[in-house]
Ligand binder design. Structure first.
Ligand SMILES: Cc1cc2nc3c(=O)[nH]c(=O)nc-3n(C[C@H](O)[C@H](O)[C@H](O)COP(=O)(O)O)c2cc1C
Length: 332
């Protein structure tokens, strides 16, 4: 079990705020890194590679300025690349990650050995997200530094495997960093992830309820009002299994109990949607809102700094409470 040495002395807790289409922008990333957790965003959140490059420049400048002023080290940041034939940009975006030496690349869908070599050449790390052990084995063979177990209840393109089952299966062949994703919301969830064999936690939905998340207030209100039973897990909205808030499906004029099949996963189309919003045409992510089953534990919008401070306190409290509560309970 391990956390990469590149993260030593830079993290306040073992946590990555995961990349979220539309929602993760510069402000969220920078505030996460200042608070001591890894902030990330999908390259596709900027509609062109030129725009993506401008974000890399701005994030590096903001973090460098903050480090100089505070005398502290910011946590590293990461970029999510969707390595899929329908994403025409991933190679150009990778070249920019290499140019600006992005500390962490998070790949989704394709785990590619050449990409890993290119990132390692400048000292960067590659984590890959998977929903099953077979994809984890491919990622391990490609030489990635970390595998993210996206389990049931996660927001976005979630998996359906139980977290205990998937982390254990991944650990059987992977001794580098394992991250757990799926409904983690509280500091005790981060401690639990470590106890069950993961090294770090990966949280998305929890960060939708921050003032820095780039989403509408109506979306945030829906998160505050929802529970696990309000999350619909279906392939019929975005082309692969993903989690959406039932009320947002209803508000888009669609019957959640009668969803028609969606043809194919197409990240080119998502990019296009990001560029040219068409109000009459209701789209996944922009109009039909994604969240994981962890929504039930979210009841307030906070700043990222407040949220991370809270998670740090909860994480330490959970660890101490566990040690205290059961200290003399069991036979030696
Ligand atoms: C609104 C939303 C958008 C997402 N977009 C992406 C994305 O573009 N790329 C990606 O790798 N994961 C994406 N995800 C998945 C997250 O990175 C992460 O795996 C997931 O949020 C973890 O589960 P949780 O939401 O229960 O914490 C998205 C999740 C949400 C909620």
């Amino acid at each position: 079990m391990s956390i990469p040495v590149e993260f030593t002395d830079r993290l306040s807790i073992p946590l990555i705020a995961s990349p979220m289409f539309i929602a993760s922008g510069i402000n969220l990333v920078v505030e996460c890194c200042k608070a001591g957790i890894v902030g990330t965003f999908p390259a596709l959140n900027q509609r062109t590679s030129e725009g993506f490059e401008s974000w890399l420049i701005e994030i590096n400048a903001k973090l460098a300025k903050w480090e100089q002023q505070s005398g502290k080290k910011a946590a590293p940041f990461g970029v999510n690349l969707i390595v899929h034939k329908s994403n025409p940009r991933w190679q150009a975006d990778l070249a920019l990650c290499v140019k600006y030496k992005v500390p962490l690349i998070i790949t989704s869908l394709g785990a590619v050995a050449d990409l890993v070599k290119e990132v390692h050449a400048y000292g960067g790390l590659v984590f890959h997200d998977v929903v099953n052990a077979r994809h984890g084995q491919k990622a391990a063979a490609a030489g990635v530094d970390g595998i993210i177990a996206v389990c049931n209840g996660a927001g976005g393109h979630a998996g359906s495997t139980n977290p205990f089952a998937l982390v254990t299966e991944l650990r059987q062949f992977f001794d580098k960093t394992i991250l757990l994703a799926g409904s983690l919301s509280h500091g005790k969830d981060i401690a639990s992830a470590q106890m069950m064999g993961a090294d770090m936690a990966y949280m998305g939905t929890r960060f939708l309820a921050t003032s820095e998340a780039n989403i509408d207030r109506e979306y945030q209100d829906m998160i505050l009002d929802s529970n696990a039973s309000d999350i619909v897990y279906t392939p019929k909205i975005s082309g692969v299994n993903a989690s959406f808030i039932r009320q947002s499906i209803v508000d888009a004029g669609i019957d959640p109990n009668d969803l028609s099949p969606k043809a194919e996963l197409d990240f080119g189309a998502e990019l296009d949607m990001n560029a040219k919003p068409n109000k009459d045409d209701k789209k996944a992510w922009r109009d039909i809102w994604s969240a994981g089953q962890g929504v039930g534990s979210i009841d307030e919008i906070k700043s990222t700094l407040e949220l991370v401070s809270q998670l740090i306190g909860e994480y330490h409290e959970a660890t101490e409470k566990y040690n205290r509560s059961y200290k003399n309970t069991f036979a030696k």
